[in-house]
Design a binder for this molecule. Structure first.
Ligand code: GLU
Length: 516
C-alpha cells in the first residue's frame, strides 16, 4: 500500500494529543497518546499536548495533572505543552478563550453559521414533535432549522435586536442541505457522508465559550497540526470538521485524519470499559486514580507492578502490528523506528489481560537483579524486614523466573527471611506421611555432617546420601521444602538451603517435626 501522507515531506509533522480533563486517562486515551507520540518520533516531528477544557461542566479537578503524570510515567516526552511552552501556545483551551469568538463570527458573516435563540423548552418540544412524527432525521439541521427560532427564520434585524437585548444564543454551523462528501482517512480509506442527515452542531455559546468542534478545528489550524490521530469515536465528527476547514478556507493545510480502532472487551462484544476491569480484575488506568466525587480508588498499571516499557509494548500492539514478523517484544526505540499508520488495523482489537501479564514477565526476567533488588528491599522494609543489597540480588536471581510483577517479589521471597508460621494443608496431606519425621531426622544428621553449604555441594552430598541409603527423593525433599518454605514452592531446594545456612535449615526442619 502506498503511504497516504501526501504532504509528509513538505510539511513538518506536528501531531497533538488533545484530552479533555474530565477524569482519569483511560486506556483508549493512552493508546491515542502513544500512537501520536510514535508517529511524531518516527517522522522527526513534534508531539504536542493540548488540554481541551472548554466544557466547564465536565471539568474534573486533578484530571489534567493526572494526564501529565501518566504521560511522564509512560515515557512519552512532550515537545510543546502548557508546561514545556512552545511557539503556538497557550496550549490549554480555557487560556485561548479570547481567540474563538472572531472565528465563530467569521463563519456567521460568511453565511456558514447562524445565531440561534431557541430555549431548552423549545428544543425539547422540537425533539418530541420529531419523535412523534417518526421523522427520518431527528435533529436540529437542514430539515428542521427553518422551523426554529434562529437568524435564518428571524432575519438580520430581529437577530441583531435579540443580541442587543442580551437574549441567550448559540452559534450553529449551517450544514449544507444535500451534499455527498467523500473524505479520506489514512486507516479507513474512503469515508462517505450525506450532509442531509447531519445536524447543525453548536459551535459557540453565549457564555463566550466555543464548543469542542470549533475550538478543536481552530487550534489544529493555528497550531499547524499535520495529522489528527484520534479514537474511532470521533469519526462521525469528520464530515463537520472537514466542512469547517472548507468554510474557513483552510483545506490546503487541513491535517490528514487517522481514526484508531476501538479497544474491545476481553470477553464478549463492545468497547473496553472500566467495569470490565473491575469485573475481571485488571487496571484500566495507567496510575492509581482517586475519583474526587466518590473517593473510590482505582488501581493503576504502575501500582500493579507494570514496567512502563512493558506497558508501552502491550499498548502499541493494540491495533498496530509491525508487519511481517512474529516479534512481540519491542523497545520504545524500536517502536519509534517501526511505527506506521498503514499498519494500524481497521477492526477493533481485543484487550487481553493475561497477555499483558506475559509482557510484563518478559521485561521482568530481563531486568538485572540489581534493579529488581530495589523493589524487594523496599517492600520488605514496609514489613519491617531489612535486606542487604547482596542478599536481595541473590534472591531476585532465584525467584524472578516465577514472577510477573515486581510486587510479587517480596511475597514470594518472605520465607527466606521469616520461618513459615504455617504449612500448606494440601501439601502436608500429600507429603507428610508416617515415615516422614524419621526421614527428616536422618536428613538433619546428614546436614550436620556437611561443611560446604554451597548449593552445588549440598546437591551432590544429599543426592548421594538419598541414593546410597535407598531412600526416595520426593519422600525426603518434599517435606523438607515444606519445612523451609511452608509449601512445595520456590526455586531449587539446595539454593534455599544455601541461603538459609545450616543452623536455620536444621531449626526449620526440627520445627516441622515438632509441630506434627
Ligand atoms: N478533546 C477530545 C477528546 O477527548 C479530542 C478529540 C480529538 O483528538 O480531536 O478526546
Amino acid at each position: 500500500m502506498q503511504p497516504n501522507y501526501f504532504f509528509i515531506n513538505k510539511v513538518e509533522v506536528r501531531v497533538r494529543f488533545a484530552p479533555s480533563p474530565t477524569g482519569a486517562l483511560h486506556l483508549g486515551g493512552v493508546r491515542t497518546a502513544l500512537f501520536n507520540y510514535l508517529f511524531a518520533r518516527k517522522n522527526g516531528g513534534k508531539f504536542i499536548l493540548r488540554i481541551e477544557d472548554t466544557d466547564q461542566t465536565r471539568f474534573v479537578p486533578g484530571a489534567e495533572e493526572y494526564i501529565i503524570k501518566s504521560l511522564e510515567w509512560i515515557g512519552l516526552d512532550i515537545d510543546e505543552s502548557d508546561k514545556q511552552g512552545g511557539e503556538y501556545g497557550p496550549y490549554r483551551q480555557s487560556d485561548r478563550k479570547h481567540l474563538y469568538r472572531e472565528y465563530a463570527e467569521q463563519l456567521v458573516n460568511q453565511g456558514f453559521a447562524y445565531y440561534a435563540f431557541d430555549t431548552p423548552e423549545e428544543l425539547d418540544a422540537m425533539r418530541k414533535d420529531l419523535e412523534q412524527k417518526k421523522a427520518s432525521v431527528q435533529s436540529y439541521g437542514p430539515a428542521t432549522r427553518n422551523n426554529m427560532k434562529n437568524q435564518l427564520t428571524l432575519g438580520q434585524q430581529k437577530t441583531e435586536e435579540l443580541l442587543a437585548q442580551g437574549v441567550p444564543y448559540v452559534i450553529r454551523f449551517k450544514m449544507p442541505e444535500d451534499e455527498k462528501l467523500v473524505l479520506h482517512d489514512i486507516i479507513r480509506g474512503e469515508v462517505k457522508a450525506d450532509t442531509a442527515i447531519l445536524d447543525d452542531k453548536v459551535l459557540f455559546k453565549s457564555d463566550g465559550m466555543p464548543t469542542y468542534h470549533l475550538a478543536n478545528i481552530v487550534d489544529d489550524h493555528l497550531m499547524k497540526i499535520s495529522h489528527v490521530i484520534r479514537g474511532e469515536e470521533w469519526l462521525p465528527s469528520l464530515p463537520l470538521h472537514y466542512l469547517l476547514y472548507r468554510s474557513f478556507g483552510w483545506t490546503d493545510t487541513m491535517p490528514q485524519f487517522a481514526h484508531l480502532p476501538l479497544i474491545l472487551k476481553p470477553d464478549g462484544k463492545g468497547k473496553l470499559s472500566k467495569r470490565d476491569g473491575d469485573r475481571l480484575g485488571f487496571p484500566v488506568f495507567p496510575l492509581n486514580w482517586t475519583d474526587p466525587k466518590t473517593g473510590e480508588v482505582s488501581k493503576g498499571y504502575k501500582e500493579t507492578g507494570y514496567f512502563p516499557e512493558a506497558f508501552i509494548n502491550m499498548m502499541a500492539l493494540l491495533g498496530w502490528n509491525p508487519g511481517n514478523t512474529t516479534q512481540e517484544i519491542f523497545s520504545k526505540k524500536e517502536l519509534c523506528q517501526l511505527f506506521s499508520l498503514e499498519h494500524v488495523t481497521k477492526s477493533g482489537s481485543k484487550f487481553d489481560p493475561e497477555k499483558n501479564k506475559w509482557f510484563n514477565k518478559q521485561y521482568l526476567e530481563k531486568k538485572p537483579n540489581s534493579e529488581l533488588a530495589q523493589y524487594l528491599i523496599e517492600d520488605a522494609n514496609k514489613d519491617g524486614i531489612n535486606i542487604s543489597q547482596a542478599d536481595a540480588e541473590k534472591i531476585c536471581g532465584l525467584i524472578k523466573e516465577r514472577a510477573s510483577f515486581t510486587t510479587e517479589l517480596w511475597p514470594s521471597a518472605q520465607y527466606f527471611f521469616i520461618a513459615p508460621q504455617e504449612y500448606d494443608a494440601t501439601n502436608m496431606k500429600k507429603y507428610y506421611k508416617q515415615e516422614t519425621p524419621e526421614l527428616l531426622k536422618q536428613s538433619i544428621e546428614k546436614l550436620k555432617e556437611i561443611d560446604d553449604f554451597s548449593a552445588q555441594n549440598l546437591e551432590t552430598q544429599i543426592s548421594n546420601w538419598i541414593e546410597t541409603s535407598g531412600l526416595n527423593f520426593g519422600k525426603v525433599l518434599n517435606p523438607m521444602r515444606i519445612a523451609l518454605a511452608g509449601a512445595c514452592k520456590g526455586p531449587h531446594i539446595f539454593d534455599i538451603i544455601e541461603f538459609l545456612g545450616k543452623e536455620e535449615t536444621i531449626k526449620r526442619i526440627e520445627t516441622l517435626i515438632a509441630k506434627n
